[in-house]
Design a protein around this ligand. Structure first.
Ligand code: COS
Length: 402
């Protein structure tokens, strides 16, 4: 199989998700954005279509799909609406720490309702003072008998206010820095845990981004994922995988913006001709198409590498190799590809969506057309799950081996 030939099953998946996205998601996109409305109806559609637990192994009730298939699904949804594409993407982000770091009993307990989409899950790492410097987090988890007591706060947590379950990173030993961070599963409704604020954002306006606080919030010790001190490597191992998913989301936005700009250039007439006949616009469209296709190549390549790396890790674990959270660390080449895909595709999405607005002229600046929303949504893909400066840092560190 050549690198970019999708199998018949992968093509069928693309077609199925495309049809769902065009029929059910696209007609709702403008309204979700305008009303800053969490798309509960789309969540239900995705539950019925089994799109909420794409990467969860079948044994825990998921679709058992690889990273490439997940990327195809997220791409097709994001092409219609970025906010809606966060439904499956954030499930994967929130559940991966359980899948990678959880015991068998923990996986059996929490994964099935997440896989079915009955329960939403969020990933709570970022804090007001710990963004790119994730290891600087200040939330503490103090052991007290058979519980941990969480105190502190989180910020910019996607779905933090609607999630039923959250994977929370907190320090069990602040003196140890990143080595003192531990991961916990927190069930919403636990006393001492609450949402204090939702962000008023430039884009992805239907997706709630929450500020959370923990005040003497007691979590059973059995909710800890892995050992004390496993939290930071677990968060990093998760992000190394999900960055390729954000890359797919960015790719979908870019493709959606290119579709809209191409359609507009065919229809819109100025100087007595369709504006698509003018060379200035043709060159812009050609550049946009090249960026989309280059991004797709890199995103699929990164996802194929992730699928291979995951299979190699699974084989090592099955053969009785070193177990535990650190066994899930990806090799530098795969980690780098994931960072490259995220960085390149999100930069491409920003450029392509901005040019799509330009091609629409004054109309592009209004909410009558979808491209201004795509341009606003594209911006976050350069920021979340590691800014593009952090992606470049990850790439350069691997390149220089330092
Ligand atoms: N996978 C597994 N473990 C990793 C890892 C990875 N990719 N990267 C680092 N680690 C481990 C290291 O091995 C080290 O553990 P040991 O001391 O036991 O060896 C520990 O984590 C600290 O590593 P390091 O010193 O490299 O950490 P830094 O503080 O320099 O941080 C960056 C590295 C900047 C890459 C990291 O903080 C990061 O990705 N920041 C962005 C955070 C982010 O994406 N936020 C978005 C939140 S979700 S919207």
């Amino acid at each position: 199989m050549s690198l970019f030939d999708l199998s018949p099953e992968q093509q069928a998946l693309r077609q199925t998700v495309r049809e769902i996205a065009q029929a059910r998601v696209a007609p709702r996109a403008a309204e979700i954005d305008a009303k800053s409305e969490f798309p509960a109806d789309i969540w239900q559609v995705f539950r019925e279509q089994q799109l909420m637990g794409l990467g969860v192994p079948e044994v825990y009730g998921g679709a058992g799909l690889g990273y490439l298939e997940q990327a195809i699904a997220v791409e097709e949804i994001a092409r219609a609406d970025t906010t809606s594409s966060l439904l499956p993407a954030v499930q994967e982000l929130g559940l991966l720490p359980i899948l990678l770091g959880g015991s068998e009993a923990q996986k059996q307990r929490w994964l099935p309702p997440i896989a079915s989409g009955e329960q939403l899950v969020a990933f709570a790492l970022t804090e007001p003072g710990a963004g790119s410097d994730a290891a600087a987090l200040r939330t503490t988890a103090r052991r007290d008998g058979d519980h941990y007591v969480l105190n502190g706060g989180k910020r910019f947590i996607t779905h933090g206010s609607v999630a039923h379950v959250l994977t929370v990173f907190a320090s069990t030993d602040p003196a140890k820095g990143p080595r003192g961070v531990s991961a916990f599963v927190l069930e919403a409704g636990t006393p001492g845990f609450r949402t204090v604020r939702l962000e008023d954002k430039l884009g992805i306006r239907g997706s709630p981004t929450a500020e959370l606080v923990f005040e003497d919030c007691r979590v059973p010790a059995t909710n800890r994922l892995g050992e004390e001190g496993d939290g930071f490597p677990l968060a990093m191992a998760t992000l190394d995988r999900t960055r390729a998913g954000i890359a797919a989301q960015a790719l979908g936005i870019a493709q959606g913006a290119l579709d809209a700009a191409t359609a507009f250039a065919r229809e819109r007439k100025q100087f007595g001709a369709a504006i698509g006949t003018f060379e200035g616009l043709q060159f812009m469209l050609a550049d946009m198409a090249m960026q989309v296709e280059a991004a797709r190549g890199l995103v699929y390549r990164a996802c194929a590498a992730l699928d291979e790396a995951e299979a190699a890790i699974a084989a090592k674990l099955a053969a009785g190799g070193a177990q535990g959270v650190r066994a899930h660390r990806l090799d530098a080449a795969t980690q780098t590809l994931s960072a490259m895909a995220k960085c390149f595709a999100s930069d491409a999405a920003m450029r392509v969506a901005t040019d799509a607005v330009q091609i629409h002229g004054g109309y592009g600046f209004t909410r009558d057309y979808p491209v201004e929303r795509m341009m606003r949504d594209a911006k976050i893909t350069q920021i979340y799950e590691g800014t593009n400066q952090i992606q470049r840092l990850v790439i350069a560190r691997a390149l220089l081996d330092m």
